[in-house]
Design a protein around this ligand. Structure first.
Ligand code: SAH
Length: 573
């Protein structure tokens, strides 16, 4: 992505330079020529424009150049005092995002005016775009979008099985037929359905759901392949806009006729080894083909293989030198395992917030879900449960993803540290996509408050003997003591487990001096955060509980000006 940056004043130029430093490789400075010329050039040559000019001036220059919002560059104006970044053009096509990104560098407040962003509803013009969805009849976007936002019933058909973002509750498959409608379909429109306009007035999305399998004799012409593909699409009453890729055998990876069709239509080509194709069961195998290429089917087998467990919708069709078959993809659900950080909202990463808003189902401990409920889009299904039901939560999240939903499994800190990621991935099969979104774990949050305790090798040890026998824990504490690691204790002490922490510290004390710093933080980054710094000799476990993380220094750690410091090395210590 290239961002053209236009500035005419000293303050604008300084900010432009700051942007270039912050986003190297992305920013193109246009600060030398006349502002109007610079704007026009940025518009012509860049994907997005940041204009340090007034909104009015920017609009006057660009107005004659406006085309369509899906193809025009996004434009954001930043005012002279760098107070506001205003998304002026292409809000849902990059400007809103860019306005928010500018906040990080310039400290300005983003100003976003597109309706769905204000109402927190997933915007229709990019609905499913990250899955490859395209809008078939964009002229209906404004009309149906207004119905969605105003709470009118909108019927949603064909979306099941796709991991789409949530839409508000007035949009549902149960809404009455005959009113507003959103339809996800790879079916071509038929004349008989057209008397009300496209698909009876529905806003239609084309999912990338079709895999076209192609086989051919050496030297087949592009015309022949294209003709056969079109014939197969027509026979299946399928839309070319829903074709995801062409699939064929490795042997055909350089077959110019096939490659040319793919290039012309903008379809990627996927190839498979003959042995893999031979293992696919197909309705129309051919012994002639097996003898030639080592698999009884290319078109049908390749289509099925690339469909991820989908089904054949158009069986093999033949011309003189080519074969074509079409399979419908089985969409893959997705599971995002999201760490929410220790508590404070500004320690929740922007990526975590984005992934939460992308999910249509959120699974987690009720207190963590509550912590982020305001971020969730309307229509998000929340499956919150109480303490101790970890396995059930993990199973629920995986089952929802396997059913095709976009699921967020949330946990505090990092969801992979003594948390939900492991049980979830122990249950998850290869049928779903998994995304891990890291969070700031308790030890790291605490370290920032204590000083620099993690400057050298360190170990995390959970003192909970719920899942791990105490002998194992003790052996690890001993090893960490002998290895001279700084140690972070999670789950340090509860009413039922009140002696383990003292025991662990006595083991460490056998290997490091009594003045070794011990820091502990209760409720790091939460309202009642409490930070304590003491030493091994003085440490009293009594105030430590399950909301606390305890950090014990190595033999080299020291307290400097009231801060816990572990030197970077041993050599100069
Ligand atoms: N996934 C979490 C850890 C879960 S284990 C993370 O990455 O932070 C639970 C233990 O983490 C608690 O007993 C406590 O030791 C520690 N912990 C979690 N959040 C904390 C916080 N905000 N302040 C201090 N300790 C915390």
């Amino acid at each position: 992505m290239t961002i053209g940056v236009v500035a005419a004043t000293a303050s604008g130029r300084t900010a432009a330079t700051a942007l270039q430093a912050a986003w190297p490789g992305e920013v193109r400075l246009l600060t030398e020529q006349k502002a109007a010329d610079a704007l026009r050039e940025a518009w012509r040559t860049c994907d997005a424009v940041v204009s340090f000019l007034a909104v009015g001036a920017t609009v006057r220059v660009l107005a004659p150049l406006l085309g369509h919002k899906t193809t025009d560059p996004a434009v954001v104006c930043v005012d002279e005092s760098l107070a506001f970044a205003v998304a002026v053009l292409g809000g849902h096509h990059g400007a809103n995002l860019l306005a928010r990104r500018l906040t990080g560098v310039l400290g300005c407040t983003p100003v976003v005016t597109t309706a769905s962003d204000q109402s927190n509803v997933a915007p229709l013009d990019s609905y499913g775009a990250d899955l490859g969805f395209t809008v078939h009849n964009p002229e209906l976007l404004a009309h149906v979008g207004a119905a969605v936002l105003s709470g009118e019933p909108v019927r949603l058909d064909g979306a099941a099985g796709w991991p789409l973002p949530p839409l508000p509750p007035n949009v549902s498959p149960e809404a009455p037929a005959g009113g507003h409608r959103i339809l996800v379909t790879d079916q071509a429109e038929l004349d008989c359905m057209c008397h009300d306009g496209w698909f009876g007035g529905a806003l239609v999305y084309r999912p990338k759901s079709l895999v076209v399998g192609v086989g051919s004799a050496r030297g087949v012409s592009a015309d022949e392949v294209a003709g056969l593909v079109d014939e197969a699409l027509f026979a299946g009453e399928l839309a070319a806009a829903s074709v995801r890729c062409l699939a064929t055998a490795d042997l055909k990876a350089d077959e110019e006729g096939i490659l040319q069709v793919a290039r012309e239509r903008g379809w990627p080509v996927v190839t498979h080894p003959a042995a893999a194709l031979a293992s696919v069961e197909v309705p129309n195998p051919s012994e002639v083909v097996r003898a030639e290429v080592g698999t009884p089917s290319v078109a049908e087998a390749a289509a099925l293989l690339s469909s991820g467990g989908g089904a054949l919708v158009v069986p093999k069709r033949k011309s003189a030198n080519a074969t074509v078959a079409i399979a419908r993809l089985r969409p893959r659900g997705r599971l995002s395992i999201i760490g929410l950080g220790p508590g404070a909202r500004d320690l929740l990463t922007p990526r975590a917030a984005g992934s939460l808003r992308r999910a249509s189902v959120v699974v987690g401990l009720d207190q963590y879900v509550e912590q982020v409920r305001d971020l969730l889009r309307p229509g998000t299904r929340v499956l919150a449960s109480g303490l101790g039901q970890e396995e059930e939560r993990a199973r629920t999240a995986v089952a929802e993803a396997s059913a095709g939903h976009a699921v967020a499994l949330v946990g505090s800190g990092d969801a992979g540290v003594y948390a939900m990621a492991s049980p979830a991935l122990e249950f998850a099969g290869a049928d779903i996509d998994v995304e891990g979104v890291p969070g700031i774990t308790a030890a790291v949050a605490a370290a920032g408050l204590l000083g620099a305790p993690l400057g050298h090798d360190h170990a995390y040890i959970s003192l909970s003997d719920l899942h791990t026998p105490w002998e194992v824990i003790e052996r690890r504490v001993t090893a960490a003591a002998e290895g001279d690691f700084t140690v972070c204790f999670y789950n340090p002490r509860s009413r039922a487990r009140d002696w383990q922490l003292a025991k662990a510290l006595s083991i460490l004390a056998g290997h490091r001096p009594p003045e070794t710093p011990v820091g502990y933080v209760r409720n790091a980054a939460r309202t009642d955060e409490a930070v304590t710094l003491t030493t091994l000799a003085e440490f009293d476990p009594a105030p430590v509980d399950m909301f606390t993380v305890v950090v014990v220094g190595s033999s080299r750690s020291r307290t400097v000006a009231g801060r816990f410091v572990t030197p970077r090395g041993y050599r100069w210590a």
